[in-house]
Design a protein around this ligand. Structure first.
Ligand SMILES: *Cc1c(COP(=O)(O)O)cnc(C)c1O
Length: 420
């Protein structure tokens, strides 16, 4: 349904927005910049620099090694905060550690070990690259097969697609709850139930879902999950990732990297590896405390917003974006490359255009609108609901429309870039 597409209507929606005040809790260094890439790197929470400076001066500078008595279980403490506010999991089911890639490796290997005799790993052919590569590596090491699930680049997968690809040879399924490109949202409960019927584990990648859509890991019957904290969770560049293992599975699963942080009674420093009985067994080594510390102020704002209000606003921003794209951008050669139904997508959308790479570059350099480019021809726009206003979506798309209408992007060289 297309509503009033005037700028005034967008302003009115901002006035009525219950989350509007939370924008001030972020550093908005350049008010002219329209930031639509919070799904790649979330904004800096205003409280973070001081919190980090305090930690560096006080805990590190003054207390020195004595601080480890509190630092030691920050991975778990922050995991519990994530479980409560973002992931719909129980205490003791989530820890923050390592990167998403490493956590994916650990949990995928653990699931494969727990499902011996099965030969197949199932993954979306359009899954985020690190997930696919890690699974290829695991399969090569173990003589298994990776079966890719063909999925539509714009519409993504449905639970029915997954169910039809499952059989009793599948040991493990790896899927994103929200696809990194199309933004397609999958029904976790439906997929978990289908996998359970055939005895396969599902490992969810929540990188684009955590902090943008409600995730109910416990209620949906999820076994395993991983995800980033630097996207919608605003933990900062390279912030450590989280992993989730369903409580009932923890004692049964063993991960392949046997470090001392996974050891039962770590400081006895015993001769043999003997994994902790709980979620700690999925840890490896000394956590990056400075990076972990940045998660607290970020989660404070998120907890205050509440995931249901974030989702409601994410849907509203996405609908406005799609309506404006239909009205303004379709005539300029863009097509929507995400599900049209807002309940079938997360908080970002993709627009396809043959010249998307140059448009994405020109948008940043000439129009001060930051989105990003994704192969083959997609402009990806992620209006993070915690700090993006309806007028930002309106202004961002107006600038995009004017830039393409004037052909500004055509003056840029066709270049290749290291980071898109
Ligand atoms: C961003 C992202 C990652 C990133 O993994 P890193 O180990 O942090 O580089 C992994 N998977 C998905 C689906 C992502 O969107």
């Amino acid at each position: 349904m297309r509503g009033d597409l005037s700028r005034r209507a967008a302003e009115e929606r901002d006035v009525a927005d219950p989350l509007a005040g939370l924008r001030d809790r972020f550093v908005i260094a350049d008010p002219e910049l329209i930031y639509l890439d919070g799904n790649s790197l979330g904004r800096l929470p205003a409280a973070t620099p001081d919190a980090l400076a305090r930690l560096v001066r006080q805990d590190w500078g003054t207390e020195l090694v004595r601080s480890w008595s509190t630092w030691i279980d920050w991975g778990r403490r922050l995991g519990d905060r994530l479980a409560a506010h973002v992931l719909g999991a129980r205490p003791g089911e989530v820890v923050v550690s390592d990167s998403t890639s490493v956590n994916l490796y650990k949990l995928a290997a653990a699931a494969l070990d727990a499902n011996p005799g099965r030969r197949t790993i199932l993954v979306d052919a359009e899954e985020f690259p690190t997930d696919r590569y890690l699974l290829q590596g695991l399969a090569a090491q173990r003589g298994l097969t990776v079966r890719t699930l063909a999925s539509d680049l714009d519409e993504g997968l449905t639970p029915t697609d997954v169910r039809q690809a499952l059989d009793d040879q599948v040991a493990l399924v790896v899927l994103s709850a929200v696809a990194y490109r199309s933004g397609t949202l999958l029904d976790l409960a439906a997929v978990n139930a289908a996998a359970r019927e055939v005895g396969a584990y599902v490992l969810w990648d929540l990188s684009h879902a955590a902090g943008s859509v409600p995730v109910e890991l416990t209620a949906s019957g999820a076994d395993l999950a991983v995800g980033c904290t630097y996207k919608y969770l605003n933990g900062g560049p390279g912030a450590p990732a989280f992993l989730y293992v369903r409580q009932e599975l923890q004692a049964r699963l063993r991960q392949p990297i046997w470090g001392w942080f996974g050891q039962r009674d770590q400081f006895r420093m015993g001769p043999e590896y003997d994994p902790a009985p709980d979620i700690d067994r999925f840890l490896v080594g000394t956590p990056p405390i400075l990076s972990l510390a940045a998660l607290d102020p970020a989660l404070d704002v998120l907890a205050e917003a509440g995931i249901d209000r974030l989702r409601a606003k994410g849907v509203g921003l996405g609908e406005l974006m799609v309506d404006l794209a239909d009205a303004w951008l379709t005539p300029l050669g863009f097509t929507l490359a995400s599900p049209r139904d807002p309940h079938r997508r997360g908080s970002h959308i993709c627009l396809a255009h043959p010249d998307a790479l140059r448009i994405s570059r020109a948008l940043i350099s000439e129009a001060r609108v930051v989105g990003d480019f994704r192969v083959p021809d997609r402009l990806r726009l992620g209006p993070a609901p915690l700090y993006t206003r309806y007028v930002d979506v309106w202004d961002g798309l107006a600038r995009l429309r004017d830039l393409v209408a004037r052909g500004v992007h055509e003056q840029l060289p066709v270049e290749t870039l290291r980071v898109t």
